[in-house]
Design a protein around this ligand. Structure first.
Ligand code: COA
Length: 428
């Protein structure tokens, strides 16, 4: 990184602390990087408060020399990088502490000078030193992060569901759905999400923003969103085990549409019954959702699966193994076996040849320099197959995995499989 820059890492200060303006400047730089409208001071304050609840760290790159007159001052970072640590469900109910990377921006007038590379390389190395075995992010562009060892591990799709007369869902309710004041989600949403999180491979634990957002207490750019409505699902035991937060798209758009803001169901029945509710809303012929699972039970539950019009699948969660041994030993495997993996890592954090020996579902990983290799792959590719969400045979066919021992990719598919399709409902 040229020396006209310095990099600073800090935790956001409380409103009355002397460090507060630094956090405000950082937040404004992030909003600028994502082309957001300028937020009110109150919304920035709320944003910083939420970051503090999450225990986030802010990294900024600052100009050290004089800045030209009339341009943004040197106190506004030209590049930003945010981090927080949360758990990732890695299958069979196991949760792995994971470094989440977010708020990555580089000001246009300072791009392609290595600022992202510097922030990323330093943070990943630090996360590993702190003992973390995994990093994760969600990407605005798919071409940026592979070079840093991140691979796509889960996908999502947008759906438009025709809730007119042909919407018939074959399911006999076991619980009930009731409308609630949206603000109840401030209290209920974290507990309901926690249940989903513990049963869903690929799930990332949520940050503070979500309960505020789902309850209409904040919108992405502004304060309260008075359009948000909420329905709760009560399970057979009377407890809340699912919710949907949604809003009306307006009378001028046809067909009249309800947009899902957030849908969290901790049981299969809750998921289907919330959809039964959505399908029954009067004066509306369509329900849309931007974060639907690719492997969605909904079309299979409908008499006419073509009620669901799904977009192309999009990459959602990107994973980056920071420590191969730790990450592989953290997993439970549904199938025993042995694989020798030759893993390359251009950042030099965790490359090498590893023997993965699984017995009774538990793994022991050892150095295997000189042993016959079964699969040769980049750490980004190992990260993609880690959650069972991407098929190793497909990656071998694409040339991303070199299958030195015939059939080893299929063996890997069996060993890395998880109990239910991986899906991540947390954008960060
Ligand atoms: C994407 C972004 C952060 C890159 O920052 P940068 O400081 O210009 O990146 P660097 O100079 O460190 O480049 C690192 C490498 O990534 C490559 N790269 C950077 N941005 C890229 C992009 N959008 N597409 C493809 N490659 C990209 C560079 O060519 C360079 O490659 P090399 O190291 O192999 O030569 C910056 O362009 C940006 O702020 N974009 C808008 C916000 C955004 O998209 N953020 C990502 C949110 S997930």
């Amino acid at each position: 990184m040229p020396d006209q820059y310095e990099i600073r890492r800090f935790k956001p200060a409380a409103k009355d602390d002397p460090g507060y303006p630094e956090a405000v400047a950082w937040m404004r730089a992030v909003a600028f990087g994502f082309h957001d409208a300028r937020r009110s001071d109150e919304r920035v304050d709320r944003g910083i408060e939420m970051q503090r609840v999450d225990g986030r760290e802010m990294t900024g790159v600052y100009q050290t020399g004089a800045v030209p007159e009339h341009s943004l001052g040197a106190e506004i970072p030209v590049a930003t990088f945010g981090t927080m640590d949360k758990t990732l469900n890695i299958g069979f109910g196991r949760l792995l502490d994971t470094r989440l990377v977010t708020a990555v921006t580089v000001r246009t007038s300072h791009r392609r000078r290595g600022l992202l590379r510097r922030m990323m390389a330093e943070d990943l190395a630090q996360a590993r030193t702190e003992g973390l075995a995994m990093a994760a992010l969600t990407a605005s562009e798919a071409s940026i992060y592979g070079r840093f060892g991140f691979g796509v591990a889960t996908s999502e799709q947008s759906i438009k569901v025709d809730t007119g007369a042909r919407f018939v869902l074959n399911h006999t309710p076991t619980g009930r759905v009731e409308v609630a004041d949206p603000k109840v989600l401030l209290e209920l949403a974290p507990a309901v999400f926690d249940r989903l999180h513990r049963r869903t491979p690929g799930s990332v634990d949520r940050h503070e923003f979500y309960r505020q957002f789902a309850s209409g207490s904040v919108s992405r750019d502004d304060g309260e969103d008075p359009k948000v409505k909420v329905a709760l699902h009560y399970g057979p035991d009377g407890g809340v085990d699912g919710y949907v937060s949604y809003k009306f798209g307006g009378w001028s758009s046809t067909p009249h549409t309800m947009e899902i803001v957030d849908l969290v169901a901790a049981t299969h029945a809750a998921y289907l019954e919330l959809w039964q509710y959505l399908g029954a809303i009067d004066l509306v012929e369509r329900v849309t959702w931007e974060e639907a699972p690719v492997d969605d039970p909904l079309p299979w539950a409908l008499t006419d699966p073509r009620c669901v019009d799904a977009s192309e699948a999009r990459d959602m969660l990107w994973l980056r193994i920071l420590d191969v041994r730790k990450a592989l030993e953290a997993r439970h495997y549904p199938r025993d076996g042995r694989l020798v993996l030759k893993v390359s890592d251009t950042l030099g954090l965790t490359g090498g040849t590893f023997a993965l020996d699984v017995s009774g579902g538990a793994a022991v990983v050892s150095d295997a320099d000189g042993a016959d290799v079964d699969l040769e792959l980049d750490v980004a590719v190992l990260s993609s197959i880690y959650l069972g969400g991407v098929h190793p045979v497909t990656l071998a066919a694409s040339g991303r995995i070199r299958e030195a021992a015939p059939g080893a990719a299929f063996t890997a598919a069996g060993m890395f499989a998880v109990e239910r399709p991986a899906h991540c409902l947390t954008h960060f």
